[in-house]
Design a protein around this ligand. Structure first.
Ligand SMILES: CC(C)(COP(=O)(O)OP(=O)(O)OC[C@H]1O[C@@H](n2cnc3c(N)ncnc32)[C@H](O)[C@@H]1OP(=O)(O)O)[C@@H](O)C(=O)NCCC(=O)NCCS
Length: 142
């Protein structure tokens, strides 16, 4: 498996198929996708998982947020997502971010806890799906 940078457009098929298959295709675009860093995991030239990282200034500090994290169903629970998480943790640090956060689907919360992420918000809903914001301070965890 290799991890390579992607264009925003390359992430859309997996974003749509895995995360929001019942929504219109355009739903998985993010307004500021062009400002993001997009990464894909490839196995034998097949794109099997995607993640998008956004680094921005907040209150005088650089903060990193990842969005639209999705592994093809045939490739879930095989370690691919963990490798992408390690990659964006490294990239976020390299870009100088002091915190990494995401809006986490609660059914993936145990996955995020494995990377030191903790809830920083109450539960909220996007449609029927429960979420909470999860974050890790990059100075304290790998
Ligand atoms: C969440 C996701 C990106 C994780 O990637 P992955 O490749 O499946 O995860 P990995 O195989 O690297 O690691 C999984 C580990 O976390 C644990 N885990 C806990 N909750 C999990 C969950 N909801 N999904 C996957 N793994 C989970 C597993 O037990 C596993 O540990 P193990 O290998 O010791 O059994 C992927 O499962 C996925 O695309 N899920 C559907 C879409 C989704 O929920 N995206 C996140 C939206 S916030």
């Amino acid at each position: 498996m290799t991890i390579q940078p992607l264009s925003p457009e390359q992430t859309y098929p997996l974003r749509h198929a895995v995360l929001w298959p019942d929504k219109p295709y355009a739903f998985v675009r993010v307004d500021n996708d062009h400002e993001g860093h997009h990464y894909g995991a490839f196995e034998n030239e097949e794109l099997i998982a995607v993640i998008s990282l956004f680094v921005y200034a907040d209150d005088g500090k650089l903060v990193a947020r990842f969005r639209k994290f999705a592994a093809h169903p045939d490739w879930q629970r095989k370690g691919v997502g963990s490798q992408l998480m390690q990659h964006i943790l490294k990239e976020a640090r390299r870009m100088g971010a002091t915190r990494l956060w995401c809006d986490a689907r609660l059914d993936a919360a145990d996955f995020y806890r494995r990377f030191g992420m903790q809830p920083i918000s109450d539960v909220f809903y996007k449609g029927p799906i429960p979420y909470a914001a999860y974050a890790v301070e990059l100075s304290e965890h790998s």
